[in-house]
Design a protein around this ligand. Structure first.
Ligand code: SF4
Ligand code: SF4
Length: 434
């Protein structure tokens, strides 16, 4: 299948998932602003559990002096990831899977990875690279499917469909060549894969044009232009839109021969391979109605929200809500000492109070209509309220990707996705025997 004529074509030509979805105001107000850095914080608070799977195993102790880029915790099992110090400093506290490091020397250089005689997968593992924006699946595991020869497509998720978030968009504009080189590194690992496909929503025409100009004579990389529609960047939705394939319930993309990697992950792979840099900084969109100059900042992992507020002169007293991630899939926080994780793609600050007074369900069915996976959100909310786990499991609640479309559309302002998350957590904890 060729995607070459999709850009600039009529809306009819644009690719999309088949059912449901929403089109919220995209508020991509930081998309024109160049990537910035912030002054190194005096303290970082680094979690050993930033990824899905087991927490990393600490290999430093209280009082140790560490360098920026130094390994402080190792992957502790197959699904786990390395963690490095993001500043030069002294280990001052270790508590509840968190390590606090106090800065000793202000220096943005870093201890380089030893990449000699190592494969790309080994380098990715050493660098502690995990998927950004989602649950934080370790990338070296994603690149090591059981039957590697069955992988036939590398799909680059460049949709960035959540409102406000523009970090991937800026990376595509400011690090386009690095993105292309990074994709080629992955293609080298998968010799049976003839091409990689970069899937981009059509609200980023500058990135589409730039990438097309770079890859014009390259037969290994194609661009697929997607209709701007949320949740176009969900893995299942992306695979359906671009490849017209379904990921069966309970399975992962590699089971159907596809590996999905997002733009920031590819850039991290490039940085690890060519610049020997471990994943110690993350690019974050700072936006929301409280931010005077919304932009994207490269921030050391573990930097606290409080430090960011002070450093960017954000009016703390009038903040009513802080969201980590996008407004639909992100989560609100109240503890300003929280250190940002590798998965953090955005921090949104709001000042306007949003009324969330929940009313009674009017059985309009709109939540069901917008669910791109054909699930039954209205039922899940009710099951959650009455702890009906068996019924919820029977109705495939665990397939829900928590995209938030159902909550967004509900005229009764029912926090459907919060109810879903609550019940899913109860089910998981029950399975773990807690
Ligand atoms: S949050 Fe879950 S149930 Fe609601 S629309 Fe998204 S996938 Fe469907
Ligand atoms: S959208 Fe809200 S009001 Fe309508 S059926 Fe779903 S839960 Fe009920």
């Amino acid at each position: 299948m060729s995607y070459e004529n999709d850009q600039g074509g009529s809306l009819m030509n644009l690719l999309s998932f088949k059912r449901g979805g929403i089109h919220p105001a995209d508020n991509k107000i930081s998309s024109k602003s160049y990537i910035k850095t912030i002054k190194t914080p005096n303290t970082v608070n680094i979690s050993l559990s930033q990824h899905i799977g087991s927490p990393a195993k600490l290999i430093v102790k209280l009082g140790d002096i560490v360098k920026r880029g130094q390994l402080i915790a190792e992957a502790s099992s197959y699904i786990s990831a390395n963690i490095h110090s993001s500043i030069n400093g002294k280990i001052s506290k270790i508590e509840n899977n968190n390590v606090v490091i106090e800065k000793t020397i202000d220096d943005t250089s870093y201890l380089e990875l030893n990449t000699e005689n190592k494969t790309i997968k080994e380098i990715v593992k050493d660098a502690g690279i995990i998927g950004k924006g989602g649950a934080g699946f370790p990338t070296h595991v994603k690149l090591s499917p059981k039957e590697q020869e069955k992988i036939n497509t590398i799909l680059i998720n460049a949709a960035e469909c959540e409102p406000y978030l523009t970090a991937d968009h800026r990376l595509m504009l400011e690090k386009a060549k690095e993105l292309v080189y990074g994709i080629k590194l992955i293609l080298k690992e998968f010799k049976n894969v003839p091409k990689a496909i970069i899937a981009i929503e059509n609200n980023k025409p500058d990135a589409i044009a730039l990438l097309k100009s770079i890859i014009k004579n390259d037969n290994e990389i194609q661009i697929a232009v997607l209709k701007t529609r949320y949740p176009q960047g969900g893995e299942k939705q992306l695979i359906q839109a671009v490849l017209d394939l379904e990921v069966p319930t309970g399975e992962l993309p590699f089971n159907i021969g596809v590996i999905v990697l997002n733009v920031a992950t590819i850039i991290s792979i490039y940085e690890a391979y060519f610049n020997k840099k471990p994943l110690i900084d993350t690019l974050v969109t700072i936006s929301g109605d409280l931010i005077k100059e919304p932009s994207n900042y490269l921030i050391p992992i573990g930097t606290s929200i409080d430090y960011i507020i002070n450093e960017l002169n954000i009016e703390k007293d009038i903040i009513t809500k802080i969201i980590i991630g996008g407004p639909l899939m992100g989560f609100t926080i109240s503890d300003l000492n929280t250190g940002i994780n590798k998965t953090c793609s955005g921090i949104l600050f709001f000042k306007n109070k949003i009324s969330i007074k929940e009313r009674t369900c009017i059985n309009c069915g709109m939540c069901v209509d917008v669910c791109s996976l054909g699930l039954l959100p209205t039922k899940y909310a009710k099951y959650s309220k009455y702890d009906k786990m068996d019924e919820a499991l029977e109705a495939s609640i665990m397939d829900c990707t928590e995209c938030g479309c159902c909550s967004y559309i509900c005229p009764a302002k029912i926090e459907i996705v919060s109810w879903i998350k609550l019940l899913k957590n109860k089910i998981r904890n029950l399975k773990k025997g807690r």
